[in-house]
Design a protein around this ligand. Structure first.
Ligand code: SAH
Length: 349
């Protein structure tokens, strides 16, 4: 049993079953035993690999998309360049390198990283070298200024609640204890006001998930973009409107039982992009494959390929395919752009 499992069993004995959100929050970010709080989980040797770790092209193209939007919106002389959940800092490093030659962009940018894990903050510091950066705890702390923001695989790590429909009521998935082990069960069905609108598109037995932290985050981003301009690019796996059980655990690149080793496996759920877009002043939604293709990944890939041979060339071609092919990340991963109501959609959308 992991030390966190023992703590959670004590907590359940004292105060009763946990929602999936309570469980996820402790498993991912418990200060002593949380998954992100204690390690760098990325890369081949870690538990999973993300788009910026697959190829530099991901950050380059998204960075240039932000910079183009900054130019189109009049190149404001001071703005926030922010990232939510920057992991190793690779995406921001690629963004900064790709935008270094956009006149005035770096001079106007105040880089803010929103990161909960002290271990990963240290890793980001190392990756970004001397570049001035400010860390923030939450989006509510973002400066009152134009906002150009990236979030890749951030929202899938936010705690979710899960409900199964029974007539017009919903039974919440809970984690309790039996024979000294964590077990999953369901609460008695109850009316859940925030799910009333889902009665129209679901039927008995259907499962839906909600992300309680997401609305406030989108509201904080949208408020700055509405008032001062900007653009948020949110990429993640998921779809338009949550449907079905997507709560999952990943360890060493394999799916595993989410209750087996709390704190030792990554826990995620698919992102409901409709729930995020509901708070945006204006939005556009597409697949990661379509976005990267429209932003010119094939052109950039060909340019980089000219300098490569042998194994390196094969790896580069495989990375391009992995990011964009429909059967790889291209379709499973989606992209949402949040921009001001009076502006046209950004490049690539
Ligand atoms: N964007 C990176 C890492 C994705 S993993 C990449 O694409 O490689 C999720 C990241 O979000 C980690 O850096 C994790 O520590 C951070 N994170 C998770 N929950 C968070 C929260 N509630 N507040 C701030 N950061 C969080």
């Amino acid at each position: 049993m992991t030390p966190l499992a023992a703590l959670l069993l004590q907590r359940i004995a004292a105060t009763g079953p946990l929602t999936l959100a309570d469980y996820m929050a402790d498993c991912l970010l418990h200060p002593t035993y949380g998954y992100y709080a204690t390690r760098d989980p990325f890369g081949r040797a870690g538990d999973f690999i993300t788009a910026p770790e697959i190829s530099q092209m991901f950050g380059e193209l998204l960075g240039l998309c932000l910079a183009q939007s900054w130019l189109d919106q009049g190149a404001p002389s001071a703005f926030t360049l922010a990232e939510l959940g920057p992991g190793r800092g690779t995406l921001m490093a690629d963004v900064l390198r790709a935008t270094a030659r956009v006149p005035g962009f770096h001079a106007a940018a105040h880089v803010c990283l929103i990161e909960a894990s002290p271990t990963l903050r240290a890793r980001q510091r190392a990756t970004l070298g001397a570049h001035p950066v400010q860390w923030l705890d939450q989006t509510a702390d973002l400066p009152d200024a134009p906002l150009y923001l990236l979030a890749n695989e951030f929202f899938d790590a936010l705690p979710i609640r899960q409900f199964t429909r029974h007539g017009d009521a919903w039974a919440e998935t809970l984690i309790g204890a039996r024979d000294g082990q964590l077990t999953m069960g369901r609460a008695a069905p109850a009316e859940i006001a925030p799910l009333h609108h889902r009665l129209a598109d679901t039927s008995d037995g259907d499962i839906v998930e909600t992300c309680p932290a997401a609305p406030a985050i989108l509201q904080a981003i949208s408020a700055r973009i509405t008032q001062h301009g900007g653009l948020a690019l949110i990429l993640d796996y998921g779809g338009w409107i949550s449907r079905g059980d997507t709560f999952q655990a990943l360890k060493a690149h394999q799916f595993t039982d989410p209750l087996a080793e709390p704190g030792e496996a990554d826990l995620t759920a698919h992102v409901d992009f409709a729930a995020l877009a509901a708070h945006a002043p204006a939005h556009k939604y597409t697949t990661q494959g379509a976005l990267l293709t429209a932003l010119g990944i094939n052109h950039r890939a060909a340019q980089l390929a000219q300098r490569l041979t042998g194994e390196a060339l094969i790896r580069h071609q495989a990375a391009t395919h992995r990011l964009t092919a429909p059967e790889e990340m291209g379709n499973l991963f989606k992209a949402l752009a949040v921009f001001p109501a009076h502006c046209p959609p950004p490049a690539g959308f």
